[in-house]
Design a protein around this ligand. Structure first.
Ligand code: PMP
Length: 405
């Protein structure tokens, strides 16, 4: 593979700066990826040249923006190989995608006494919406545990499923552990029992080539900002058979067919789930991010990130007092850890002063923290633009901090 890292980095102006008089080393892409010029230029171009509200057909600029907006839907459809563009719902991000399903799917299908199975390694955004729905309808959230290596105990899944189970919610890739979950297997077990599956793909979409038809997944969520696109926009993929039966999530413009005081009829898919003016410019720029990703190739990016992951892991293993969280084989490009005797906040703050940006804290995954009986940790994560040299800078900074303590 020829992976031209210098060329790739040249597309990201933000990376070429100093913070606290040190060259920036950005190791927090799992929280949010930096944006290439192609994305930034699209945001500017739309605002400078053809900004207008979409789907209103009012004038030249509105039409042009609408065409672009709907082309992005086609791009996303192709990107994840969805059967129909009706199955691509634009949302604010993965969080809203999960909330939409928790709200609309549960309103239609969840009854008193029913159960939703949720994995123990979820981001808060794939736990709390299910708890809220369960509370609303008198249902129960059931935990699917993981072991200390960071592997889901899916051998227990069949036992957890009963005739009360309506849905299983699990991430494709864990934002703390990096585990790539065997979602094909989970979906097959669920479908054998007539249970729907919601996959949180926020950490998977930037690294794994998706084929929602092959996966046979019912719902799949992801955010643009982790895919080198702008923040504030994301996608919910849902099978048409579910989306067509589910009630709307929010009411407003665009989601209706006709409104009167006697009653309202709803628009066809996907618009039934897209009330109000969407984030037009960010969605256009999301399209530019998808083009950029396709040009470089998700598989090439994943291969590069795995090289970085192996390199960093092998070096970190030698650090005295280090404890890793998540060591599943084939894991994705995140490393979460603590170092004995150094508080994660102190470590994160001192690394920052040396120009190294990492994530610290509970990582929006309290149930993972509780599993390991800890308050928080440090996470480094890789994107398409990181280098081995940056990992060396991080390791040297880490060593300096260890010397201080
Ligand atoms: N799920 C996972 C696994 C995540 O890592 C994140 C973002 N940290 C989310 C969901 C939520 O994504 P967003 O904040 O973009 O909605």
């Amino acid at each position: 593979m020829t992976y031209d890292i210098d060329k790739i980095r040249s597309n990201f102006p933000i990376l070429h700066q100093e913070v606290y008089n040190k060259p920036l080393v950005y190791l927090d892409t799992a929280a949010s990826a930096q944006k290439p010029v192609q994305v930034l230029m699209k945001l500017e171009q739309l605002h400078n040249e053809y900004y207008g509200n979409i789907h209103r057909g009012a004038h030249f600029m509105a039409d042009k923006a609408t065409v672009e907006f709907e082309e992005v839907r086609n791009k996303i459809q192709a990107f994840i190989n969805a059967k129909s563009r009706k199955e691509i719902i634009f949302t604010k991000g993965a969080t809203e995608s999960m909330n939409l399903v928790a709200s609309s799917f549960c309103e239609k299908y969840l009854n008193k006494g029913d159960e939703i199975i949720v994995s123990e390694m979820e981001h808060h955004s794939n736990i709390v919406p299910w708890q809220m729905a369960a509370q609303r309808y008198g249902a129960k959230v059931v935990k699917l545990s993981f072991n200390d290596t960071g592997i889901l105990e899916i051998e227990k899944l069949s036992e957890l499923i009963s005739e009360k189970t309506k849905l299983i919610a699990v991430n494709h890739v864990s934002n703390v552990l990096g585990t790539v979950n065997p979602i094909e297997e989970i979906i097959a077990i669920a479908h054998k029992n007539n249970v729907a599956v919601m996959i949180d793909g926020a950490q998977a979409a930037p690294h794994i080539k998706l084929d929602v038809q092959k996966l046979d997944v019912d719902f799949y969520a992801f955010s643009a900002h982790k895919l080198y696109g702008p923040n504030g926009v994301g996608v919910l993929y849902g099978k048409e058979k579910w989306l067509s039966e589910m009630p709307p999530y929010q009411g407003g413009g665009q989601m209706i067919s006709e409104v009167s005081f006697e009653g309202t009829t709803y628009n066809e898919l996907p618009y039934k789930f897209e009330a109000g003016t969407p984030n037009i410019s960010s969605l256009a720029a999301f399209g530019a991010a998808i083009d950029f990703l396709i040009e470089i190739g998700i598989e090439n990016i994943a291969e590069w990130e795995h090289e970085l992951l192996d390199y960093a892991t092998s070096k970190l293993k030698d650090v005295e007092g280090i404890k890793f969280y998540g060591e599943a084989p084939g894991k994705s490009g995140v490393i979460s850890f603590n170092i004995e005797g150094i508080h994660f906040y102190d470590l994160g703050m001192l690394l920052d002063k040396m120009g190294v940006a990492v994530r610290t804290g509970h990582l929006c995954a309290d149930t993972v923290m509780a599993h390991y009986n800890m308050q928080g940790c440090i996470r480094i994560s890789f994107g398409m633009y990181n280098t081995k040299n940056e990992i060396d800078v991080f390791l040297a900074a880490l060593n300096k901090v260890r010397m201080m303590f």
